[in-house]
Design a protein around this ligand. Structure first.
Ligand SMILES: [Zn+2]
Length: 294
């Protein structure tokens, strides 16, 4: 069975997210570890976390994909911004120990004119400082669209970050992975519409498919190579809309690909819960049809 869910609001707590997930037919979900704008964080309610863990166990949820707020920039040129990212990530990882065995996804950041190499160096520094070999959360670098000075839109850049951490702290190797965002990789110029196999073979060659731990499944408001990062609902963008050159078969191939089908899929489409429920149903249907057709 496909492990799929969407980004949910943490406003009402952990157990409420579990209940929302069940309501929409999800068996995983994503959530911001703190308010994406403010950065403040409320005290962890361990009873609430325990209620979520019971729901997850009872309903055989897959791994959750916690999301660091977009406001973290571990490769900023400003020291106080880097310091904030570092402290916040360390705190997030400490808190996630209450929900062991899940995933923590972050945007590698923007080098803001310092150059990709310097950006990568700073991201490696941050990861080497905040991660601990005893942590039970796997940290994922997200594939980026390449807007502005974003680091991580090329597989080579992600590989360099992972390599950089592994050279300095080999004991962290098993705790590092990648989350592939379908909107971002397409925007970055990887043609997953016509050549998903080729893109994944390239990922395997450069990063290694064993590093791939989660998928953000989104349509894109822009064509391949646009470097924009604007998510569309499934079937309403360049990946899924026939009139834009895509189609349902693009998403069928994604959810049934042997390298992807067992990973958690997270929707980050512009939607309310009812819209997410429809997309989950659609993608489950495409996955079932693909596995019957084989
Ligand atoms: Zn994403």
């Amino acid at each position: 069975m496909l492990t799929i869910g969407c980004h949910l609001s943490i406003a009402k707590g952990f157990a409420a997210m579990g209940a929302d997930a069940l309501d929409i037919g999800a068996n995983t979900f994503a959530f911001f570890t703190r308010n994406p704008r403010g950065g403040s964080v409320r005290a962890l309610d361990l009873d609430d976390v325990a209620r979520l863990r019971a729901i997850m166990e009872e309903h055989s949820f897959g791994r959750l994909v916690a999301h660091a707020p977009y406001t973290y920039n571990p490769c900023s040129a400003k020291e106080h911004a880097r310091e904030f990212a570092l402290q916040a990530m360390r705190e997030d990882l400490e808190r996630l120990e209450a929900l062991p065995g899940n995933l923590y996804n972050f945007h590698p950041g923007s080098h803001v004119g310092q150059g990709v190499e310097r950006g990568i160096e700073l991201i490696v520094d941050t990861l080497c400082t905040v991660m601990e070999p005893t942590q039970r959360t796997c940290v994922l670098l997200e594939t980026m669209a390449g807007k502005g000075t974003e680091v991580g839109s090329r597989f080579e850049e992600l590989a360099q970050i992972i390599e950089g951490v592994c050279v300095r702290r080999p004991e962290l190797s098993d705790l590092l992975g990648v989350c592939l965002d379908t909107c971002h990789v397409s925007d970055a110029g990887y043609d997953i519409i016509h050549d998903l196999d080729g893109v994944l073979a390239e990922f395997d060659r450069v990063v290694g498919l064993d590093r791939l731990k989660a998928v953000h499944i989104n349509d894109s408001k822009n064509p391949c190579g646009a470097h924009k990062d604007r998510h569309a609902r499934i079937g309403e963008g360049y990946l899924g809309a026939v009139e834009l050159g895509g189609g349902e078969d693009v998403f069928a191939a994604i959810v049934s690909h042997p390298a992807l089908r067992d990973l958690p899929f997270i929707l980050e489409t512009p939607n309310e819960l009812a819209g997410y429920a429809r997309e989950i149903e659609l993608l489950r249907g495409l996955s079932d049809a693909a596995s019957c057709g084989k």
